[in-house]
Design a protein around this ligand. Structure first.
Ligand SMILES: Nc1nc2c(c(=O)[nH]1)N[C@H]1C(S)=C(S)[C@@H](COP(=O)(O)O)O[C@H]1N2
Ligand SMILES: [Mo]
Length: 320
């Protein structure tokens, strides 16, 4: 298909708000220098701005945009959790730099009529890529606002025709210790695995993300394809996905298997259900500078109107 629709808006238009915030952040970093304060993380000073990675072609705006300041690119790309590339928030930005994400295929199998494989280039060209500005809430009680690029997970899943037995969707990250060095050393049960109930997976807010800030995903953020479920804690958003399976049973997941009392299968953001070691009632907004404080956490991370009905009648303290 050679003809590209010109109605697609340019990434520069979409992310103008992000660029605006970025300039503000730059001014704030001047405040750090002036006050003689250390930057929150030394790596932030070394961080890149957008402009180095490939822009997403034919990017569309979407109605999914929270009314909040977009977090600076440098925070989103240097304050990461990606255990395959080591520990420490600033580590993945450095150790994933040379990670090769081409060629890349995603295999889909399990309870479906049309199991098969799909190439990342096909994913990028055949699904309409939208910018979705979502709140991102980590179980560690911090948050960001991220201008993700992606498309509804359900659009991809439908192509493989899940059967009536498909009650859950299971995701797996690449397992290749040569390319993901910490898989040799760390005690996690590789590959990293996550799962969603079918109705959660098909919900229009659930996306597979291919980019952020109008460009393809930086490696440390889970290139070339990662899950984003805005009403759940960040650990559900599995990175660098190579396999998706439909399952009749609730699957084991990485963090739930490692520490079941700390990380539930549902992992819905819930200010009333604390992590055993800290409260979830409030969280720190990253990138807010030295004047920012803590914010109250909202039920389902502020997406209750859209998703509360999925859990009607469920005890969310037991099913955390
Ligand atoms: N494969 C894989 N996916 C992962 C992780 C991981 O260690 N490995 N960490 C999770 C956690 S705990 C969080 S908070 C988010 C962080 O995403 P970000 O670095 O893009 O902010 O990724 C999630 N996805
Ligand atoms: Mo996390």
């Amino acid at each position: 298909m050679l003809i590209r629709k010109t109605s697609g808006i340019r990434s520069s238009e979409i992310t103008s708000q992000s660029i605006f915030n970025q300039r503000r952040e730059f001014l704030k970093s001047g405040i750090y220098a002036f006050a003689g304060l250390a930057m929150p993380d030394l790596a932030l000073a070394l961080a890149d701005k957008p402009g180095k990675l490939k822009p997403i072609a034919n990017l569309h705006p979407s109605k999914y945009r929270v009314d909040a300041e977009v977090t600076d690119y440098k925070w989103i790309t240097t304050y990461n959790n990606f255990t395959e590339f080591g520990h420490g928030k600033s580590t993945p930005a450095k150790t994933a730099r040379k990670f090769k994400t081409r060629p890349w295929t995603v295999e889909v199998d399990g309870e479906c009529e049309k199991p098969g494989k799909i190439d990342i280039e096909e994913i990028l060209s055949s699904f309409t890529q939208e910018e979705r500005i979502y709140r991102f809430r980590c179980v560690e009680a911090w948050s960001m606002v991220v201008p993700w690029v992606g498309f509804p997970l359900g659009d991809l899943l439908k192509q493989f025709k899940p059967t009536s037995k498909a009650k859950y969707v299971v995701f797996e990250t690449l397992h290749d210790p040569k390319r993901m060095p910490n898989q040799r050393y760390d005690g996690l049960d590789w590959p990293y695995r996550e799962g969603l109930r079918m109705d959660e997976a098909m919900h229009p807010l659930t996306i597979l993300s291919t980019g952020l800030y109008g460009e393809i995903l930086p490696n440390q953020n889970g290139a070339p394809l990662r899950l984003v479920v805005p009403w759940k804690y960040g650990f559900k958003s599995i990175k660098s996905i190579v396999k998706i399976s439909f399952s009749e049973k609730q699957p084991p997941t990485t963090w739930n298997g490692k520490a079941p009392d700390e990380y539930g299968f549902f992992a819905n953001v819930n200010p009333k259900v604390d992590h055993p070691r800290w409260s979830q009632a409030k969280h720190r907004v990253l990138g807010g500078g030295i004047f920012s404080g803590r914010e109250k956490t909202r039920m389902f991370n502020g997406y209750a109107d859209e998703v509360a009905s999925l859990y009607r009648g469920m005890n969310l303290k037991n099913n955390f």
